[in-house]
Design a protein around this ligand. Structure first.
Ligand SMILES: Cc1cc2nc3c(=O)[nH]c(=O)nc-3n(C[C@H](O)[C@H](O)[C@H](O)COP(=O)(O)O)c2cc1C
Length: 181
């Protein structure tokens, strides 16, 4: 569970197309490395990030189901591309297209995770924000977080199933369409 964080200000922050926000975590998602871009964009000092759960920058409007898909994928040892809206220390939000991948030891066991994030295209942000808003609204209609996530998982499967896509295929389609726009 996320601790009480900054109040979202509604101000959106962006970062350069040529920049990459990088972090590494242990197996539980506790931050072990943060690059300069991460420090600058998130507004936290490096020492405030290291050792903290990655949910330190969780935005309250992000649907829980996205993080469930994310963790299920990386815990299987697979990589994932995901759009994430993050909350900076001053309440600003910033959208990222994250590529998260597991790191393995010599015996093939997962020892941690690595995330590289680029700045998404505006057209992609507009579309994903609308989808996430629907998912979040579904989650909030239910009394418990678990029931809410169950329902938003069904809604996500229904919306993507209608397009014959899973989350990964949808993200790639969105990247490609936004690139061509
Ligand atoms: C390598 C890695 C990077 C992550 N990056 C983010 C991130 O940028 N923003 C975020 O909200 N969650 C990120 N997460 C997911 C968090 O661990 C967490 O699941 C999420 O913030 C939801 O928090 P909650 O379960 O406490 O609500 C990342 C996880 C890993 C393993």
């Amino acid at each position: 569970m996320r601790q009480v964080g900054p109040t979202p200000s509604g101000i959106e922050r962006t970062f350069g197309d040529e920049e990459i926000i990088v972090s590494k975590t242990d197996r539980r998602g506790f931050i072990t490395y943060a690059n300069d871009v991460f420090v600058r964009v998130s507004g936290y000092r490096e020492d405030e990030l290291l050792g903290k759960p990655h949910s330190i920058i969780r935005h309250p409007e992000m649907p829980r189901i996205v993080f469930r898909v994310l963790w299920q994928t990386i815990e299987r040892g697979e990589e994932i591309f995901a759009f994430v809206n993050n909350l900076a220390a001053d309440g600003a939000n910033y959208w990222v297209l994250a590529h998260i991948s597991p790191s393995f030891d010599a015996d093939g066991r997962i020892v941690g995770y690595h995330s590289n994030r680029r700045s998404p295209r505006r057209a992609a942000i507009t579309e994903i924000a609308a989808l996430y808003e629907r998912l979040r609204a579904e989650e909030l209609r239910h009394h418990s977080p678990v029931a809410g996530m169950e329902a938003s998982g069904q809604l996500l499967a229904h919306l993507l199933g209608a397009r014959d896509q899973d989350y990964d295929a949808f993200v790639w389609d969105l990247i490609n369409r936004a690139e061509a726009a």
